[in-house]
Design a protein around this ligand. Structure first.
Ligand code: FAD
Length: 394
């Protein structure tokens, strides 16, 4: 009998004891489970659907550090370390390509803003190079004329989220984690010493630690322990074309937003930059007018795509907070509860390092990277709120 068994088929009550229980099998929960096993702790990972099938599996696949606010750079740079060693970590390279990331300017003001960002982040270890004028046109002749220059980050890249994210949970299972899919945690309690979790279908879990890695649905877990943040769901809209001759050899973003794009080895061009809508509590769908607009922007910025057929639109559900930073760190109400959610459309890149930080926290009480800015009470304690960074949406 496998762990990926439908709840209806589980009859007898099963009790599981573990050092750590994790709610949510996205890239964050999967990575935490893997790193915890590497540190020798027993782990049970509980996922409502299939691991890596929510935001972690449907995202754009951007693996970029460029554009992150300074407060997130230690985490993002640590994650880059793992992206470079992905096959060693999870047994597949997940089509990760270190393609470089080019953030485009469409005006002098954009160029000034990109230069200012380079100045602001230089001392944090982010290496960026401005490319302008003739050198820019020669390097990227396939870009539309509205792009006049850009900021180049050679060490960024992109990957296939459908391959990468489930592979984290798979690697955790291979390392000895108990991974239970089709298991929605509906009951959560803390008896003063241990967490008690149940799915209402016969599975009961007791653990010393609980990791809340439930993505856009994590407030249900946090609320259960008397905590909240002003998180809302966002639904980025995505489009992919038929395979066309390779021409986009870097990961492209645009200062001010509106569109980003990459091309896979097979030739499909994946683009994002619009918003979809909520379909129900678990699903999102693309919004037709926004997708038409995105396709128009795509044809303008990438003229070779003007005649390309779009083969699929989609969207996903992601948690977002007003300061565009996640919640990562300890509960203020319940000992040995750690939260990690609300990645604001950027948690695929940081996911590996977030999982590692959570595991370090459990193991030695220190995440290994600074996480203070992501405290869950930053919206409720005046001191923490003023310390929160001023942020710009990517
Ligand atoms: C369309 C789109 C494009 C994006 N593009 C990028 C990008 O290019 N680069 C980037 O870095 N980031 C991107 N992101 C953001 C990134 O995908 C997310 O930040 C990241 O995947 C979050 O991972 P997670 O594990 O926290 O959440 P999720 O992947 O959402 O996983 C949370 C899991 O928890 C499970 N769960 C919830 N409640 C329960 C419960 N009660 N019991 C059991 N299981 C539960 C859910 O089923 C889900 O599988 C994008 C997101 C979207 C939607």
């Amino acid at each position: 009998m496998t762990d990926a068994i439908a709840p209806a088929l589980r009859r007898a009550t099963e009790r599981v004891e573990a050092d750590v229980a994790i709610v949510g099998g996205g890239i964050v929960g999967g990575s935490a489970a893997l790193f915890l096993r590497r540190l020798g702790l027993s782990v049970v990972l509980l996922e409502r659907g299939l691991c890596g099938a929510a935001a972690s599996g449907v995202n754009y696949g951007g693996v970029r550090v460029q554009g992150r606010q300074p407060v997130q750079l230690p985490l993002a740079l640590r994650s880059r370390h793992w992206w470079e060693r992905l096959r060693e970590l999870i047994g597949t390279d997940g089509e990760y390509v270190r393609s470089g990331h080019l953030k485009l300017a469409r005006s002098e003001a954009d160029l000034a803003s990109l230069r200012a960002y380079r100045e602001r982040t230089h001392d944090h270890g982010l290496v960026l190079q401005m490319i302008e004028g003739e050198a820019f046109r020669r390097a990227f002749p396939w870009l539309g004329r509205q792009a006049i220059g850009g900021s180049w980050c050679a060490e960024d890249g992109h990957a296939n989220p459908r391959l990468v994210s489930p592979a984290f949970a798979r690697a955790a299972r291979a390392a000895g984690a108990r991974v239970v899919e089709h298991c929605e945690v509906t009951q959560l309690a803390h008896d003063g010493a241990r967490f008690e979790l149940a799915d209402g279908h016969g599975l009961e879990v007791r653990s010393r630690w609980l990791l809340n890695c439930a993505g856009a649905w994590a407030l249900a877990v946090a609320n259960r322990f008397g905590e909240t943040v002003p998180m809302e769901s966002i639904h980025p809209g995505m489009v992919v074309t038929e395979p066309v001759q390779r021409f986009i050899d870097v990961n492209i973003g645009v200062e001010g937003g509106g569109i980003y794009g990459r091309q896979t080895a097979r030739g499909n061009c994946v683009m994002g930059g619009s918003r979809g809508t909520r379909r129900d509590a678990l699903h999102a769908q693309p919004a037709a007018p926004a997708m038409v607009e995105l396709c128009a922007r795509m044809a303008e910025l990438f003229p070779p795509l003007a005649q390309a057929q779009v083969i699929r639109f989609w969207s996903g559900v992601e948690g977002s907070l007003p300061d565009h930073q996640p919640v990562i760190g300890p509960s203020r109400t319940t000992p040995q509860l750690l939260h990690a959610f609300g990645f604001c459309g950027a948690g695929f890149q940081t996911g590996p390092a977030v999982g590692e930080a959570l595991a370090n926290w459990v193991h030695r009480g220190d995440p290994g990277v600074p996480l203070d800015a992501f405290a869950i009470d930053r919206y409720t304690t005046p001191a923490a709120a003023t310390a929160a960074p001023i942020l710009h949406p990517h």
